[in-house]
Every structure is written in C-alpha cells, then in structure tokens.
Unconditional design. Structure first.
Length: 361
C-alpha cells in the first residue's frame, strides 16, 4: 500500500493498523531547534482519545506517545528538534479483534471492506485495519509538532452541527469548546445534542456532523497559484480523514446563494497602512494564497458505518446477507474529528510556510 505520506517539505507518514501492536507517524522536514516534548503532543492526543464520554467509542486507549528519534536535549535538558526525522509511537492496548470475527468475510455497507478487497485481494478485518479512525491518532501527534512551525498561528476547531441540529452562531464562545464532550462553542445546544445522541445510540444507529476549523494569525502569502493552492491542499487534507465526504472554505457552498457584491470581500486601508478586509467570505484565501485573514474551513463527516441495525449486503463468497456490526463504535464519529481537523490544518500550514520561505525567503 503506497500513498501514506502527506506534504511536500513538512512531510507526515503514518503507519500501523487498528488492531496491530502499535500505530505511529514519522515527521520529516521539521526545522531544527524547535522545543518539543511528549507532554506537548500528549495534550492534543488526550483531546482525541476514545472512551471519554458515552457519546464516543468505549475502546480504552491511553494513547501515550513516545518520541523515538529526531530530538536532542540542550544544556538545560529541554528537548529540541534536530532537523532529522521525528518518529512517534503509540501502542494499541485495548484491541478486541473477536468482535469482528463474525464479519471477517462480510462487506459492511458504508465501509471500505469491499474496496480494499477489490484493490489488494486481502484486508485486515480486525477493526478495519488502516481504514479505521484509529489511524488518526498518528495525525494528531504529528499535528502537535506542526503547530510549532508557523510563528503566531493559532488553530482551533469546533463541532457546529450534529445531524440537523446546528449551533446558534450568535452564541459562539471559544472558551466553551473545552467545557463539554462535544467541542461545542454554543453552550445552549449541548443538552439537545446529548438527548439526541442518546436516542441514536440506543437505537444502535449513528449520525453525521459538521466540524469547523479556524486558523488565526496566518501571514499573507502562503500558497501558490494553480496546482499549489492553499485551499486545494486544505481540502485534500480534510478529505483524507476517515468518513469525510465534503469540505467548504469560507462561505463554501453558500457562496452560490450570494450576489457578486455580497460575496466579494471589500477592503480599506487599516491602521497599519495595509489592506484591511471588511468581510471574510473567502475564508482567508484568494487565488489559492492566504490573505492574512483567519482561514475558515468546514468538513462534513458521514454517520459511522458500523451500526447494530442490520443492513443488506454481500460476502466474499458472493452470497447475499444482512450485516450487523457488533463492538465499540462512535454514534457520531464527528465528535472526535475536531482535534483531527485541527491537526491536518496545522500540517498544511506548516508545509506551506516552509515552501513559501524556501521560494521567497
């Protein structure tokens, strides 16, 4: 299997399977002399870690990260990056492969079972192998390093919609995101989401969600015309996340409802003598290049495909069957996708920052 690496100058390669002994990432291209520690990475991993509420899978993984290479302690004992590949290891400690024994030859509707078998002629049926959301822990670990690359940039994400229930944007408060199990910036919707998901979970079903990620402090000039557009790579990064089926930048699909005068972000001269935008329908990117405004992107996550409700399918022997997936699964996988989206946006920005610096100094 190829295509396990993302990025150009800041390159992230992930490896491992859901029910293998461990997963991890190799980060290549990280500049030297950047302070880093396992605690820095662990803070982000803890936000993605499963089993923290009844609304996520009850798989119990500590997700404790180990830095195996690419760092060296200075005179004070602080670990600094050396400019060589940084290898990250996360052990799998709570696999239950027996949960999947009954469906080892079945193609679960909505899953990658059939397509992996068609492409490779073999597949890891234990928790979906590489197709599992377990792989995204490696991305979050790499994203913690990427956050340190671009000076002054802050990347934050939030869950803005579960099913048909969307937040009230007038209630948006970043401080609320860490105060509830949904990463919601709207405190008023938390109880409604909880009741809604309880019903979904008890039925043995699942539901989709929309996540919004915002990067503030991004300098103008990142990205390149035509085939190196910043928004192009953001869309690619988000679409590479398991279960993502749609991406928007700025106004996104809503731009189709606007007139030209409504959509175009007008400008005036700001206090610093530089152009200042009066709106941000472009989501901080014009012509594939960052404007200096906040980058705003959203992605939609489909409902978790592993559900208890039987669905029509076939198996590897060509028989028509009904499939019900047992085991521990998220009723809304979009909840834990928030730190994953943050990590992927941070990785894209780190890569483009280094590419920009290499081209124009």
């Amino acid at each position: 299997m190829s295509h396990n690496t993302f990025g150009h100058l800041f390159r992230v390669t992930t490896w491992g399977e859901s029910h293998g002994p461990s997963i991890g990432a190799v980060v290549d291209g990280c500049p030297p002399r950047i302070p880093i520690s396992e605690a820095d990475i662990q803070a982000d991993l803890d936000r993605r870690r499963p089993g923290q509420s009844r609304f996520t899978t009850q798989r119990r993984e500590p997700d404790a990260v180990k830095i195996l290479s690419g760092v060296f302690a200075d005179e004070s004992g602080q670990l600094l990056t050396t400019g060589t590949p940084i290898s990250l290891l996360i052990e799998n400690l709570d696999q239950r492969s027996k949960d999947y024994g009954e469906i080892r030859e079945s193609y679960r509707p909505g899953h990658a079972d059939m397509t992996y078998q068609a492409k490779y002629g073999i597949r890891d049926w234990r928790g979906s192998g590489r197709a599992s959301a377990r792989e995204t822990a490696s991305r979050v670990a790499a994203g913690a390093i990427a956050r340190k690359i671009v000076p002054g940039v802050r990347v934050r994400g939030a869950l803005v919609q579960i099913g048909a229930l969307a937040i009230d944007r007038t209630n948006w408060n970043w401080d609320e995101v860490g105060n509830n199990p949904f990463f919601s910036p709207d405190a008023a919707i938390v109880d409604r989401w909880a009741d809604y998901l309880d019903g979904i979970r008890k039925r043995g079903s699942s539901i989709g969600a929309v996540i919004e990620v915002v990067a503030e402090g991004v300098p103008a000039g990142l990205g390149a015309p035509i085939y190196g557009k910043l928004d192009q790579d953001i869309a690619s990064a988000f679409m590479s996340i398991n279960a993502v089926k749609g991406v928007e930048i700025g106004a996104g699909m809503g731009a189709a409802l606007l007139t030209g005068e409504e959509n175009a972000d007008e400008m005036r001269i700001g206090p610093d003598g530089e152009p200042a935008f009066l709106s941000n329908h472009a989501g901080g990117i014009l012509g594939g290049i960052s404007t200096g405004q906040p980058i705003v992107a959203r992605f939609a996550v489909k409902p978790t495909s592993s559900i208890l409700i039987p669905r029509k399918s076939v198996n590897q022997r060509g028989e028509e069957i009904d499939v019900s997936t047992k085991g521990r699964h998220d009723p809304c996988v979009g909840i834990r996708a928030v730190p994953i989206g943050e990590a992927m946006l941070a990785i894209v920005l780190a890569d483009h920052y280094l590419r920009h610096r290499g081209q124009v100094g």
